[in-house]
Design a protein around this ligand. Structure first.
Ligand SMILES: [Zn+2]
Length: 266
C-alpha cells in the first residue's frame, strides 16, 4: 500500500471504521512508514482534544418555541379562506399566458417591422399599377379616336382600328376631312334645322388621297358637298395604304351626317 492510499483511509482507521483486510493492509504500511505513523498519532491527539470539548447545550425552551411557531402557522393556514375560482384559474394559466403574450407582442412587432420594410415595394407596385391604368386609358383614347386634345398619329390611329382597316380606310387624323367630319359633330350656334346628310362614293388611293366619284344622296344644303370636296383636295384624307394593309386603290361609300350636338354632351 502506498502512502497516498493509506492517508485517504487514516481518518476512518483512527475511528475504527475500516474493514478487516483494509486494517491489516494499513497496519502493514504503518509498520514500515514513519511519516504515516506520525499522521496517525496527530489524528489520535486531535480526536482526544475534540472529545474533551464541552458540547453546547440548546436553550431549554427551544423545542417549545419551534412547536409554538408551527402551531401558529398551521392556524393561519386554516384561517385563510380558500382562493376564489378566478384566482385559481389565474394561477393555473399564468405560466402559459406569459409566454403567449410575449409571443403575441413579438408577432405584432414583427408585422410592423416587415410592413415598414416592404413599404417601398408596395409603393413601387402601386406606381406600376397606376402606370398600367394610364396606358390603358391611352389605348382607349386611340380606339375612340375622338379625343382631340391628345395628339393622334396616323400609325397609332390605324393600328387601333385593327382588321377593319382592310375594308375601311383609316381617316388621316391630321387631315382636312377628319377636321371637317369632326366639325359636323360640334355644337352649332344655330340649333334649329341644322341637321343634314349625304351619301357619296370616293376612290381612295395608296398615298391616302381620295377623289369624289359619285353622289348617291345629295345633301339639302349644297355647301356641305362643296366643303367635302374642298377637304379632299386639301391633303391626304386617309392614312397611306401600307398602314392600313388595305388594297392600293379602293372605292369607299361615305355616309356623312351633320347633327346638332347638345353642349352638355361635351
Ligand atoms: Zn506512508
Amino acid at each position: 500500500m502506498l502512502c497516498e492510499e493509506t492517508r485517504q483511509s487514516l481518518s476512518q482507521y483512527v475511528d475504527d471504521c475500516v474493514s478487516l483486510p483494509a486494517r491489516v493492509a494499513i497496519d502493514d504500511h504503518l509498520d514500515r512508514c514513519p511519516v504515516c505513523r506520525d499522521e496517525v498519532i496527530e489524528l489520535r491527539a486531535l480526536r482526544r482534544r475534540l472529545s474533551l470539548l464541552t458540547p453546547p447545550t440548546p436553550p431549554v425552551d427551544l423545542a417549545a418555541t419551534i412547536s409554538n411557531a408551527l402551531a401558529i402557522e398551521a392556524a393561519a393556514r386554516r384561517q385563510q379562506s380558500a382562493p376564489s375560482l378566478g384566482r385559481r384559474i389565474t394561477r393555473f394559466i399564468e405560466p402559459w399566458v406569459m409566454p403567449y403574450s410575449a409571443g403575441s407582442f413579438a408577432s405584432v412587432l414583427m408585422f410592423f417591422l416587415m410592413f415598414t420594410a416592404l413599404r417601398p415595394h408596395f409603393q413601387a407596385l402601386r406606381d406600376a399599377a397606376a402606370q398600367q391604368r394610364g396606358s390603358v386609358i391611352m389605348v382607349q383614347t386611340l380606339d375612340g379616336g375622338y379625343d382631340l386634345y391628345q395628339p393622334i398619329t396616323p400609325e397609332g390611329f390605324a393600328a387601333s382600328r385593327g382588321w377593319v382597316t382592310v375594308e375601311s380606310p383609316t381617316l388621316n387624323p391630321g387631315g382636312a376631312l377628319a377636321a371637317l367630319t369632326t366639325s359636323y359633330a360640334r355644337p352649332h350656334a344655330r340649333a334649329d334645322g341644322d341637321t343634314d346628310d349625304m351619301i357619296v362614293v370616293t376612290n381612295v388611293f395608296s398615298n391616302g388621297a381620295a377623289s369624289l366619284v359619285d353622289v348617291v344622296q345629295p345633301p339639302r344644303d349644297k355647301r356641305m358637298l362643296d366643303e367635302f370636296e374642298s377637304a379632299l383636295r386639301q391633303d391626304a384624307a386617309f392614312v397611306p395604304a401600307s398602314l392600313d394593309r388595305r388594297p392600293d386603290t379602293m372605292r369607299v361609300v361615305f355616309a356623312v351626317q351633320k347633327v346638332d350636338v347638345d353642349d352638355r354632351n361635351f
